[in-house]
Ligand binder design. Structure first.
Ligand SMILES: *Cc1c(COP(=O)(O)O)cnc(C)c1O
Length: 366
């Protein structure tokens, strides 16, 4: 038994320590995985049971497993950060646990408690602590990216919520998400693809949303853009978010605006944290509708001085320009991304334990 009641089946063939160190020096993103994974099983009769940490490796799924056909699946993304004293921490995990339950309800999956969610991260880290990179300097953003996910594993082709579900956490060492670091990225405005619609699954973190965004992502890449910005499905007018990141607009007068949550936008933990941190910096956060026309006009007049995207994986990434079939929107008064850089530093200093955690946002994992 490990901590929090997870049975341990140790990996008999863990990655060689020298190879692990080589991987940690240059991990990229999502390419390498640690030696173990956490697992909890759920059945309609027994509920959650069988908590275990077992060797990382392929799953055995029946070809008729429901998830493979009807995409009944949700996931989370959260990081483990190594502090200077060697301890390992994560950032606001209760928010991810709460969102995971909201996603579960929308996808008709069973809800997992905070205790099991955070317990599974701890149980995994107890085995794979050595996979958390030690940042060489404050400029280096290496961490261990944790990916909890839940799948409908019942062998059944009928369409109804699965009676068998498996929850796993895998871990992948990560360097900065975008190769360009904090250089501004170009964003593609999809003119016909939509990510989410009222009543749909936009607020849930589910694989289906990502599957639906890939054709738009391909279009973006064909136009030399790193990501896609989506407008709302009902009016094709309001800015929602990127495929996997929320958006912020910084105004000349100190307002910092992010699209309001209406059910079609994913409620990012980074987004919420920035709304809090912005107040300390004398900025005025606003959650409201912001239209593509306001972006265009604000960029042209100089009212908008910065646009950035945010999320756990990439933290804060400045948006250099918005491209579409018929226009390029660039900021007339580009401030050099000063506000985003300040917020980014403040977030990272907190996460890596370099500043005081006055809001109790950190939870120790190992
Ligand atoms: C995960 C995600 C985000 C960012 O959320 P964080 O909690 O900040 O990592 C934003 N948009 C989408 C669609 C996402 O899936």
């Amino acid at each position: 038994m490990t901590t929090s009641g997870f049975d341990l089946r140790p990996n008999a063939h863990p990655t060689d320590a020298a190879l692990r160190e080589t991987i940690l020096e240059n991990p990229g993103f999502g390419r390498h995985f640690s030696d173990h994974m956490a697992h909890i099983r759920w059945t309609v009769d027994a509920g959650w049971h069988g908590h275990e940490v077992r060797p990382y490796g392929p799953l055995t799924l029946d070809p008729a497993a429901a998830v493979l056909h009807y995409a009944q699946e949700i996931f989370e993304g959260i990081k483990a950060y190594r502090h200077a004293d060697g301890s390992v921490w994560t950032f606001r995990p209760e928010k991810n646990a709460e969102r995971f339950r909201a996603s579960a309800r929308r996808l008709a999956l069973p809800e997992l408690s905070d205790e099991d969610f955070i317990g599974s991260l701890r149980a995994l880290l107890a085995q794979d602590n050595a996979w958390v990179p030690t940042p060489a300097s404050a400029a280096e953003e290496s961490s261990l990216y944790l990916r909890p996910f839940m799948i409908a594993s019942e062998t059944f082709l009928g369409v109804r919520p699965s009676h068998e579900v498996d929850y796993y956490v895998i871990a992948s060492p990560a360097a900065a998400y975008f190769k360009g670091g904090v250089d501004p990225v170009s964003i593609w405005l999809s003119s016909h693809y939509k990510r989410a619609a009222p009543g749909g699954t936009g607020y849930a973190k589910c694989g289906g949303n990502y599957a639906a965004s890939l054709a738009a992502q391909k279009e973006a890449e064909a136009h030399g853009c790193a990501q896609v910005a989506f407008l709302d499905a009902a009016e094709n007018k309001w800015i929602e978010e990127l495929g996997g990141m929320n958006l912020f607009f910084v105004f000349k007068d100190g307002r910092i605006v992010t699209p309001k949550l209406t059910g079609t936008i994913l409620e990012g933990v980074t987004r919420d944290s920035i709304l809090e941190l912005a107040k300390d910096q004398g900025l005025t956060p606003e959650e409201r509708h912001i239209s593509i026309d306001e972006w265009r006009a604000g960029a042209a007049s100089g009212e908008i001085t910065e646009v950035f995207a945010c999320g756990t994986a990439a933290v804060i990434t400045p948006v250099g320009e918005l491209r579409s079939e018929d226009e390029n929107i660039r900021l007339k008064a580009d401030s050099g991304g000063e506000v985003g850089k300040r917020l980014r530093k403040e977030l990272l200093d907190l996460q890596y334990g370099r500043s005081e955690d006055t809001r109790n946002w950190l939870t120790r994992l190992a």
